[in-house]
Design a protein around this ligand. Structure first.
Ligand SMILES: Cc1cc2nc3c(=O)[nH]c(=O)nc-3n(C[C@H](O)[C@H](O)[C@H](O)COP(=O)(O)OP(=O)(O)OC[C@H]3O[C@@H](n4cnc5c(N)ncnc54)[C@H](O)[C@@H]3O)c2cc1C
Length: 348
């Protein structure tokens, strides 16, 4: 049993560290679904801006969790809540457009099956690491600079802009987006965002062809719910089972094997064919609990963004945050000749 990521990390450097720029118009801290999607939309709609993405992974900074690497990558786009509905519909359309263009996100189309209503609701399961890698690649093609080994250590005000301190040096940027996922709270403890611990069990159960489009089944488990679905992990179809917040509140140390408890608390009764399965891998991560955008602006031009279930909302989040970042003009002393930094953002 390991807690290895489901896919290879999105390394943009082939092992060659990039130069850290001294200045940028926009610095995006963190290259998870939120940071990568924002870089993608910003670079494509505002190519005149100097955009730098400051990214690191736990190999550079063992203290932090890179949540998207453990994501189930599930995108369901129908919700009674109108905000969730808008966020996920836009993302599903965006992802389906990428798939139609032949982008390989290791996608599985299936449905959500709500056991209590018997409803089947359309859904997709994608690889979040592939999505992030694709978004960063496209952002880089559109002119953004991706620095993939820059551990962000703090953000300080500096005149009209901000200084972003990293383990490799300091970048001055007019506007800064902090999108470090669960690690946002490390840099800005006062934000007090509630965190959620999630586990996904990757089972050693063989997936027969007729189960390849198995409904993503929601099961009441204890006081909450569990879910079981099929997804491609490391190129092979696997049955995955997840439940949120099953790790003890004060335990951020890593995966805990709650498989037997999950089966005993209702999963084994609802889905008896799972009873003989063994756990092959536990994917574990800490997520921002709020399922909608949590946006804070501690000082003008400094945005702090978090959102639980960001994969299924990534396109909406990226476009929205890109629009926020260009909503005010870059102050004129920094604006370069011909800069159109103040023009209204394109809406996709
Ligand atoms: C087990 C599990 C299953 C999930 N399933 C789903 C699902 O099916 N569908 C869905 O939509 N969501 C799912 N999620 C939630 C989803 O993965 C998160 O909401 C999403 O990853 C959050 O994106 P983010 O960009 O805010 O943060 P993250 O994904 O955590 O990305 C932040 C990035 O910043 C980097 N970073 C952190 N600190 C620093 C630093 N100091 N300097 C530089 N870089 C740093 C991290 O390495 C990471 O690359 C799941 C989560 C878990 C744990």
């Amino acid at each position: 049993m390991t807690d290895l990521p489901a896919d290879p990390p999105a390394d943009q450097t082939d092992g060659h560290p990039e130069n850290l720029p001294a200045e940028a118009d926009v610095a995006i801290c963190g290259a998870g679904p939120i940071g990568a999607a924002t870089a993608y939309f910003l670079a494509r709609t505002s190519p005149e801006l100097r955009i730098v993405v400051l990214s690191a992974d736990p190999a550079d900074d063992p203290g932090h969790v890179s949540t998207y690497r453990y994501s189930g990558g599930s995108i369901r786009w129908t919700w009674p809540d109108p905000v969730k509905q808008e966020m996920t519909t836009e993302t599903a359309a965006f992802v389906q457009g990428l798939l139609a263009d032949g982008v390989d996100l290791a996608a599985i189309e299936n449905t959500y099956h709500l056991l209590h209503t018997g409803e089947h609701i359309p859904a997709l399961n994608i690889s979040a690491t592939r999505l992030v890698a694709h978004l960063l690649e496209q952002a880089a093609d559109a002119g953004a600079q991706i620095v993939s080994d820059a551990v962000v250590e703090g953000v300080r005000p500096d005149g009209s802009g901000h200084l972003v301190d990293t383990a490799r040096g300091t970048v001055r940027a007019e506007r800064v987006l902090v999108a470090l996922g669960a690690a946002n709270a490390r840099l800005f403890p006062q934000t007090g965002t509630e965190l959620e611990k999630r586990q996904l069990f990757v089972l050693d159960l063989p997936v027969p062809p007729e189960r390849a489009r198995m409904p993503h089944t929601i099961v009441p488990v204890g006081d909450g719910f569990g879910y079981a679905f099929v997804k491609s992990v490391e190129g092979r179809l696997r049955v995955l089972v997840g439940q949120e917040d099953i790790v003890e509140d004060d335990d951020l140390s890593g995966p805990v094997d709650h498989w037997t408890a999950l089966l005993d608390s209702g999963l084994g009764t609802a889905l008896p064919w799972l009873r003989d399965a063994k756990v092959e891998q536990i994917l574990w991560g800490v997520d921002v609990a709020q399922k909608k955008l949590v946006l804070d602006e501690p000082s003008p031009g400094l945005l702090l963004a978090g959102c639980g279930s960001s994969v299924r909302s990534s396109a909406w989040l990226g476009r929205t945050l890109a629009e926020r970042l260009v909503a005010q003009p870059v102050p004129s002393p920094r604006a370069r000749p011909g800069s159109a930094g103040s023009r209204p953002p394109a809406r996709r």
